[in-house]
Ligand binder design. Structure first.
Ligand code: NAP
Length: 323
């Protein structure tokens, strides 16, 4: 007998949106619970770890592991237990019906009794006048993807967190000089990441400066920066690469107006669980995490989402204090 909130005739199809550590861990648990999940992999299959290099802080890999390899392994583990993968992204969700209907950008709409949202977050840009025009022509938000093209160059990384330090250090493999431009006089990055950047003779830090614009006609050939204290503007005339590492924005577009979000568009979940305000929709990973944002915490919350979904599909009530 199916619980009241599910129709007798409908199989318990669970759709997972996103294939980073959160989505794949959710899929692994769902598969092992015989819930036969379908994972829509999204525009970046494997998520942010596929554009990173060494991952030294995922437990179980004492020598570290490359981000893409870690994600390949997670996917293989899901496949072993029967997860179905679709290389597409969901562009629309109908939450007014039960089962829900999710619409991919290419394939046929699919029904889902429960949805686990693990769509993660994407790199943030500064919104500078020439930033978009020069994207792919010297402006990038992924050192791992594009660093190779800057052999012997002077490049700038903007930001002060772990990503900025990691990208600056990584870029020294190719560039002759990396300037880290940061708006304050101390970094937000973890001590170990800061130290790696400080210890690298090719990394220079330009404190208390912000980038005002990227210069160049067909490709980047300079950068204009401003001293945040004096307001003085300077042109860095030999810079040919500009890398943004100023954080991320959650990927929640198809859910706007349907699932409760905070002012920065992160999905709201009930404290201590993955329930959103919509019964049947669960959220995990970076799309709902404004605090930890680590691969391992994303994986942990993916596990929680799968267990929460399983209980709900078995008939558990939706918590009254969900957002
Ligand atoms: P983040 O920690 O949010 O840092 C963003 C940085 O960009 C901050 O230093 C911030 O400056 C700066 N920033 C933001 N907006 C800016 C603007 N408009 N203009 C100039 N600067 C701006 O982001 P993240 O470095 O991407 O890291 C995100 C999460 O992923 C963190 O939890 C981090 O620990 C994790 N992560 C971990 C690893 C690893 O362990 N291997 C690697 C990468 C990321 P302020 O400091 O002044 O606010």
């Amino acid at each position: 007998m199916a619980p009241d909130h599910l129709e007798e005739t409908v199989s318990h199809r669970v759709v997972v949106l996103g294939s980073g550590p959160a989505g794949l861990t959710a899929a692994l648990y769902l598969s092992r619970a015989n819930l036969a999940p379908t994972v829509f992999e999204g525009l970046q299959p494997g998520g942010q770890l596929t554009i990173t290099t060494d991952v030294d802080n995922f437990p179980g890999f004492p020598e570290g592991i490359m981000g893409p390899e870690l994600m390949d392994r997670m996917k293989a583990q899901c496949t072993r237990f029967g997860t179905e993968f679709v290389m597409d992204e969901i562009v629309e969700i109908d939450t007014s019906k039960r089962p829900f209907v999710v619409k991919p950008s290419f394939g046929e709409p699919m029904e889902a009794d429960a949805i686990i949202v693990a769509t993660g977050a994407s790199a943030q840009y500064l919104g500078l006048p020439n930033e978009t025009r020069l994207r792919g022509h010297g402006v990038s938000a992924c050192a791992t993807c594009d660093g190779f093209f800057f052999q012997g160059a002077h490049v700038v990384v903007v930001g002060g967190g772990d990503s900025a330090c990691e990208e600056a250090t990584f870029l020294t493999k190719f560039a002759r000089k990396v300037t880290l431009v940061h708006r304050r006089d101390s970094l937000r990055a973890s001590k170990i990441m800061q130290q790696r950047a400080f210890d690298n003779p090719k990394v220079e830090i330009l404190w208390k400066h912000e980038v005002v614009d990227v210069l160049g006609d067909q490709k980047v050939d300079g950068l204009k920066v401003r001293n945040v204290e004096t307001g003085a503007e300077t042109v860095m005339g030999d810079v040919t690469g500009f890398f943004l590492a100023i954080g991320h924005v959650p990927n929640t577009k198809p859910l706007v107006g349907k699932v409760a979000m905070d002012g920065s568009s992160y999905l709201l979940t009930r404290p201590g669980s993955t329930h959103t305000n919509v019964p049947g929709i669960f959220a995990c990973g970076d799309v709902q995490d404004t605090v930890y944002r680590q691969a391992i915490t994303a994986a942990g919350s993916g596990c929680s989402a799968a267990l929460d979904a399983e209980k709900w599909l078995e008939g558990a009530d939706w918590p009254a204090d969900a957002p």
